[in-house]
Design a protein around this ligand. Structure first.
Ligand code: 4NP
Length: 161
């Protein structure tokens, strides 16, 4: 919860230009459609700082547009305050999970760190959102499909809790 009693969600991937900004954009749009966007604080961050200040990768923005999304967040690096600020820190793969746990400043906050696979319903056979950065447009589309599945499950669980 933040100051305004919003449930807060931070998506984390390696660079914050492909998977986590897509997750942020998808969850924001789904929450808006349900009329609950004002109850949530939704953000994303990267393990690394290489792309800080940049818009999402052009291929992800194009793929997002094709699917009816506007991915336009500005990349930033995960920082220690994020662990206090956010209720849910959701990572895309096992490397992210390890790296986020290593950066966690207080063992109390470890329970906030969740793997995206916890929220797969249709795609239960997947363990991660594979990094599309060195892949094809099909890999970007797969990332969006997986993130749509996870975001809709996340919102459903939130509304049932
Ligand atoms: P992301 O993808 O973690 O989904 O944002 C990547 C973006 C950039 C790099 C790797 C993955 N990179 O090596 O620069």
């Amino acid at each position: 919860m933040d100051l305004f009693n919003k449930t807060s969600v931070l998506f984390v991937c390696l660079g914050n230009i492909c998977r986590s900004p897509a997750a942020e954009g998808i969850l924001k749009q789904m929450a808006k459609q349900k009329g609950i966007l004002q109850n949530l604080l939704i953000d994303s961050a990267g393990i690394g700082s290489w792309h800080a200040g940049q818009l999402p990768d052009r291929r992800m923005r194009i793929c997002g547009e094709k699917n009816g999304y506007d991915f336009s967040s500005v990349a930033r690096q995960l920082n220690k305050r994020d662990f206090e600020r956010f209720d849910y820190i959701i990572v895309m793969d096992e490397d992210n999970y390890r790296d986020v746990r290593l950066r966690c400043p207080n063992s109390e906050y470890l329970k906030k760190i969740h793997k995206i696979k916890e929220y797969f319903t249709k795609y239960k056979n997947y363990q991660t959102v594979p990094d599309p950065y060195y892949g094809s447009m099909d890999d970007f589309q797969l990332a969006i499909n997986l993130l749509e599945d996870a975001c809709s499950t996340f919102l459903l669980r939130l509304s049932n809790s």
